[in-house]
Design a protein around this ligand. Sequence first.
Ligand SMILES: Cc1ncc(COP(=O)(O)O)c(C=O)c1O
Length: 472
Amino acid sequence: MTSEGTHLDPKDWDDFSRDLHKLMDQCIARMKSARDLPWQPKPDGFADRLSLTREAIGVGTEQTFAQLADDIMPYATGNTHPRFFGWVHGAGLPVSVGAELVAATMNSNCGGRDHGAIEVERVTLDWLLGVSGLPESASAILTTGTSQATILALTAARNKQFGHDVRKTGIRALPSVAVYVRRGTHSCIGKALESMGYGTDAIHVVDTDDDMRMDIASLKRAVAKDKSVGRVPLAVIGTAGSVNTGSFDNLNEIADFCADQDIWLHVDAAFGFWTRLADHPWAQLVDGMERANSIACDFHKWMSVPYDCGACMIYDRSLHFDTFTSRPSYLEQQEEGLGGGDLWFCDYGLELSRGFRALKVWSAIKSIGTQAFSASITDNCKQTALMAELVEASDVLDLSFPVTSNICCFYIAYGNVNKIAAELQLSGDAVFSTTVIKGKACLRAALVNHRTTSEDIRQSIRAVEGVVRRHK
Ligand SMILES: Cc1ncc(COP(=O)(O)O)c(C=O)c1O
């Protein structure tokens, strides 16, 4: 008997079912115990155990799944733990684990064609666009994250500015451009400009005002100066939730100026987008976002959808389509059958083959509903305010700036911040990251974790104070 057509599937489906059920139980046990499982460092020889030498491979699912559960799963980033406040990492959602299982089973290619997964993404994006407040004419696409979404958005801005011929001719013969960012903007803007061939020299950094917002008078001066020497203002980047301070630009003020000057307004709302779901006063932080030409945001941050998933939204569907569509004969639209369908996502981004990211987002919204997300996001903002209060009351900690939303940074009286952050991480007490504010190193907490409680905040600050005092 030939083995043709049976090389890669399980030899015995009952064995596979047993192995997968066991693995699922182990995953559920881990998710249930998230509070008891802080980040831990990899053991010595971790990579050796994973080696893919000839002798170590082809071992079947029982052994492979055992290794997934025992050797790999415990050494995660740690962001599932309620006292993980480092960088801006979402905590994950059990419901999306079910969706990931189904998405992998379906193995859909969401670049295009006429099948169910496309409709799931369409519905998910309709929901997202509804939250954004962008006009009916807007369109969107799911991306790996905000970094990729920013490339798409600024490419659309370039095509609006110079016409779609730029897709053929490139930017060589075009005038130089400027993209205006506030001080402390995320590095993804620079990376997008690098990948578009403009380079980071195209960035014009604008000062912030006393409220850590882009200073509009400085923006106006910068644009006027650039225009006077023939530099084309390509876009202004409004920040809705800055990575270091969680501050929000005055988007309405920037939108007024951009409308007056006919300049593209892109909003980096990687995590700040979701304050729109929060209670007053946080929901108002993104007022004016709906007037943007493009918005980038992440589901894997404050919406807790497992990595990775972000989104790019563009105010004008036909501009979005014309920026990316490319249909050679092998991708021609058919009138019927699988080659049909009116929405091919390859027309709205750089990827042709795309995974079924939408399912984990759709399942999260469907199962949990927006009210619970609103409550969780609001709680995080209140917890950040509590952290700031505790820092202010401490004799060994010093707040770096007044808290606006979900980011709290503070200086320490004794010791080195990087060492103290590492000690707290290694002890399992809490994960803070570090940054520099006003030229001075500090500990930084970004609260986007739906498992965090006020008691976690108190416990973490007590732990920080204890470690800092030991360094006296
Ligand atoms: C304000 C801001 N913009 C952009 C990004 C980049 O997003 P991503 O990591 O999803 O590419 C981040 C990530 O933390 C961020 O905080």
